[in-house]
Design a protein around this ligand. Structure first.
Ligand SMILES: Nc1ncnc2c1ncn2[C@@H]1O[C@H](COP(=O)(O)OP(=O)(O)OP(=O)(O)O)[C@@H](O)[C@H]1O
Ligand SMILES: [Mg+2]
Length: 194
C-alpha cells in the first residue's frame, strides 16, 4: 500500500513492516496482527488510560494496541507516507499539529452539544487525525478507539464492529474532501447511553 520498499520500517527490499514476531510473510503478519489487536481492543478499558484528552492519550492507545507487534508502538512516524496518491501530513509537523487537534477536544462542551453537532465534531476529529496519520501503521484502529472513548465520556456508545469495515474505509477516504457520508454513518452508529 505504501511506497515502502526503502522504508526504515520495513525488511530490506520488501514492504513488510519489521515486527516483533519477525514474520516476513505479509498475509501471515496481517492475520496475527489483526487477531492480537482485536484482543487488545477488547481489553483496553481495563488498562490505565490517561484521563485527559491530550496527544499522550492517543500515543497510549497506539502503544497498548500494537506493543506486541511493532517496535514503533506509541511513537509517531519518522517518514512520510502516501496511500493511493494521498500524501498524509509531513512527519515533521505531527507533534505540532496533533496539539491543535487535541486542543479542540473539550468534553464538557461536547456533552452539551445537540446530537447533530456532536456527530459533526466527532467526524471532524476523525478526519483531522486521519489526515495527520501520526503513526506508521495502525492509525484507523487507534483513532476509532479514541472516538469510542470520547463518545463514552459524553454519554454515547459506538460499536465499530457493527459497521462494515469497507464502509468505514470508503467514507473516511471521502471525508477528506466531503464529510457528508461519514457524518451519516456516525449518526446511525452513535447511540445515547440509556
Ligand atoms: N487513500 C486514502 N486516503 C485517505 N485516507 C486513507 C486512504 N486509505 C486509507 N485511509 C485511512 O487510513 C486508515 C488506515 O490506516 P492504518 O492502516 O494506519 O490503520 P489500521 O488500523 O491498520 O487500518 P484500518 O482503519 O483499516 O483498520 C483507514 O481507516 C482510512 O481512514
Ligand atoms: Mg493498516
Amino acid at each position: 500500500m505504501y511506497d515502502a520498499i526503502n522504508s526504515r520500517y520495513t525488511y530490506k527490499g520488501t514492504d513488510i513492516l519489521k515486527n516483533k514476531l519477525d514474520i516476513k510473510d505479509e498475509e501471515l503478519l496481517k492475520e496475527y496482527e489483526t487477531r492480537i489487536v482485536a484482543f487488545k481492543i477488547a481489553t483496553i478499558s481495563t488498562a490505565n488510560i490517561p484521563k485527559e484528552y491530550t496527544p499522550e492519550r492517543l500515543k497510549f492507545i497506539h502503544k497498548y494496541l500494537f506493543e506486541d507487534i511493532f517496535f514503533f508502538a506509541g511513537e509517531y512516524r519518522l517518514e512520510n507516507i502516501t496511500k493511493e496518491n494521498f500524501r498524509f501530513s509531513e512527519f515533521q509537523y505531527i507533534e505540532e499539529n496533533i496539539k491543535t487537534i487535541f486542543d479542540n477536544i473539550n468534553i464538557p462542551e461536547m456533552k452539551k452539544m445537540p446530537f447533530n453537532e456532536f456527530v459533526k465534531k466527532i467526524s471532524y476529529i476523525m478526519t483531522e487525525l486521519n489526515v495527520l496519520h501520526p503513526f506508521r501503521e495502525g492509525n484507523g484502529r487507534t483513532i476509532r478507539e479514541l472516538v469510542r472513548e470520547i463518545c463514552f465520556d459524553c454519554g454515547y456508545v459506538i460499536d465499530w464492529y457493527e459497521i462494515n469495515h469497507d464502509d468505514i474505509l470508503k467514507v473516511s477516504k471521502k471525508a477528506i474532501f466531503d464529510e457528508t457520508e461519514q457524518i451519516k454513518m456516525l449518526r446511525r452508529s452513535i447511540k445515547k447511553i440509556k
